[in-house]
Design a protein around this ligand. Structure first.
Ligand code: ZN
Length: 94
């Protein structure tokens, strides 16, 4: 389990919606008949490029985003290995 806590950064412009996501709490969402774990990733934890499956675009390092994986998978840990990184807006629009 991650032990670091995302800290609020002062003096830096962060959109309100993303700021809320920086709380770092995984939640379960129901989408397309399935359950998904949705874990917000803060800017400090985003250290490499990810391909967003929603738009096909790149999530660059230090961009807060979401990590999503199946919550109801029978594959357990394998579902975590198959997690995907999403732009928050792309996940909401999916
Ligand atoms: Zn996207």
């Amino acid at each position: 389990m991650p032990s670091r806590r995302p800290r609020r950064r002062g003096g830096e412009h962060v959109p309100l919606d993303v700021d809320r996501l920086l709380q770092g709490v995984a939640r379960v969402e129901h989408r397309a008949g399935a359950e998904w774990h949705v874990q917000p990733i803060g800017a400090r934890s985003a250290v490499k490029d990810y391909a967003c499956p929603g738009c096909g675009g790149t999530i660059p390092p230090q961009m807060p985003h979401l990590v999503v994986w199946r919550a109801d998978s029978i594959f357990g840990d394998r579902a975590i290995e198959d997690r995907r990184h999403w732009h928050p807006g792309c996940w909401r629009a999916s």
